[in-house]
Ligand binder design. Structure first.
Ligand code: GDP
Length: 454
């Protein structure tokens, strides 16, 4: 049978992982020929294939000497006959010098290794798990042996690495094996209506747009919990998608004098944005971009919402090409988030081309929910580091090591590295703009965080 060895410093959870994989079959331990007292060994079933699993923890207690010597002694013979080494670290503790030392030794053994960041429960665990990249043992797999999270993924990964010539006959899967978890790459689907805010300066045409969108439907719902006193939610359908448009028209119409109107539209926008996922920024295309438009666009970015730019009153625009270019140039110079933002041009008044809006909103929502797989992200990250090496800070060059997306809505990334937290803003901008381009994330705010490692 293929031999899989669990290695790592003490207390990273090797035995828990062993028990988790061997499960009820642990009874087989004693029956396995050649099993010595101080070596924990069992047979596990991984995706229909039997493997011989060895836990090197059993040997640690017996061996004298320094910690590293003990680990090495315990692992040496086991590792040398391994078809696969599961090298474990503790994601909560991060990478310790002992881990590094031992990893170095394991690397030199030239056996296939799968790096496991155990105790990675929840989000923080995942982030910490990625610190493990610097061990140079490939992509770490975050899991929780204790809770069972990620164990299905682990089985897939192990199965993929087993040598074909040593495989026994295929068997039924254990009934306790959990269902495969969703992977990062699967597209996220809305579970309820997409929440949309229509924002923009007074007279940009927001009310007209809403009325046109409503057309026949006129399903005005609200006031609903969560909505402010003067706002209403309107439900619209487009294909299979349902949209809930939070309208703050009530607030806007109340204001009488111009000055108050200007102020109102900003506070009304904030209210609507807090409840929305996607913001439709309506501009009066005949007027170009004004400071207040930028102000509202900045609010969208600050609230972390996806954005669709709606150039309204397109019927009244003469030179459409020039107008479009002028508006987009102005916006993208002032706001990086607006680079490549999805744009729809229409006439809310005549209804012409208004039907393009909701599909664009749906698309923006999808981007806002996007997850970039860690492998692809880090391949890209390496290229970016090569193209422009990280800057010197106080005469010393920043060492940036790897990157991970910790959440979506909006996409949020963490860069790990020595003194990563000292990364200057222009290098951050370089990475954020690169991310937007490489992974096709137009019109969404991208958050970039940094975390220093030892
Ligand atoms: P709001 O303050 O953003 O809600 O703007 P309104 O919907 O009240 O529209 C302001 C003015 O612009 C009204 O006089 C509308 O008739 C006009 N308007 C709205 N949309 C269009 C459009 O697509 N084309 C033209 N020519 N006028 C429009």
């Amino acid at each position: 049978l293929p031999v899989v060895v669990i290695a790592g410093r003490p207390n990273v959870g090797k035995s828990t992982l062993f028990n988790r994989l061997v499960g009820r079959r642990q009874a087989l331990v004693a029956d396995t020929p050649g099993v010595t007292r101080d070596r924990k060994e069992g047979v596990a079933l991984v995706r229909g294939r039997h493997i011989r699993l060895i836990d090197t923890a059993g040997l640690e207690e017996a061996a004298p000497d320094s910690l590293f010597g003990r680990m090495r002694a315990s692992s040496e013979s086991a590792v040398q006959e391994a078809d696969l080494i599961l090298f474990c670290i503790d994601a909560r503790a991060g990478v310790t010098p002992t881990d590094e030392h031992f990893a170095q030794w394991v690397r030199r053994q030239n056996r296939p290794v799968l790096l496991i960041a155990n105790k990675a429960e929840g989000r923080q665990g995942t982030a910490a798990a990625l610190e493990a990249y610097r061990l140079g043992l490939g992509d770490p797999l975050g899991l929780s042996a204790e809770h069972g999270d990620g164990v299905t993924d682990l089985m897939w990964e192990i199965a993929e690495r087993l040598p074909a010539d040593k495989l026994g006959p295929e068997e039924e899967e254990d009934e306790w094996a959990p269902e495969p978890e969703l992977t990062d790459e699967e597209e996220v689907r809305p579970t309820g209506p997409l929440k949309v805010a229509i924002v923009g300066r007074p007279n940009a045409g927001k009310s007209t747009l809403l009325n046109t969108l409503l057309g026949e439907e006129r399903m005005i719902t609200g006031p609903e919990p969560g909505l402010t006193r003067d706002s209403i939610a309107v439900t619209l359908h487009d294909g299979d998608d349902t949209f809930e448009i939070v309208d703050t028209a009530g607030l806007r119409k109340k204001a009488r004098i111009d000055e108050a109107l200007e102020k109102m539209s900003v506070s009304a926008s904030i209210e609507a944005l807090k409840m929305a996922e996607v913001a439709v920024l309506v501009l009066d295309a005949t007027l170009g971009v004004h400071e207040q438009d930028l102000q509202i666009a900045r609010l969208i970015e600050r609230e972390g919402r996806a954005c669709v730019l709606a150039l309204n009153k397109w019927d009244a625009v003469e030179d459409r090409t020039a107008t479009r270019k002028a508006i987009l140039d102005r916006l993208s110079i002032s706001l990086a988030q607006m680079r490549g933002v999805p744009v729809v041009t229409f006439s809310a008044l005549t209804g012409s081309a208004v039907q393009k809006l909701l599909p664009a909103v749906r698309e923006a929502w999808t981007v806002w929910n996007a997850r970039v797989p860690t492998g692809a992200l880090n391949r890209w990250f390496e290229e970016m580091l090569e193209r422009h090496q990280p800057p010197l800070v106080d005469g010393r060059r920043l060492k940036l090591r790897y990157m991970t997306q910790v959440k979506s809505r909006p996409p949020t990334f963490v860069v790990f590295g020595t003194r990563a937290e000292q990364m200057p803003d222009d290098y951050k901008r370089y990475l954020v703009n690169g991310l937007r381009e490489a992974f096709d994330l137009p019109g969404v705010p991208i958050r970039l965080q940094t975390r220093g490692t030892k």
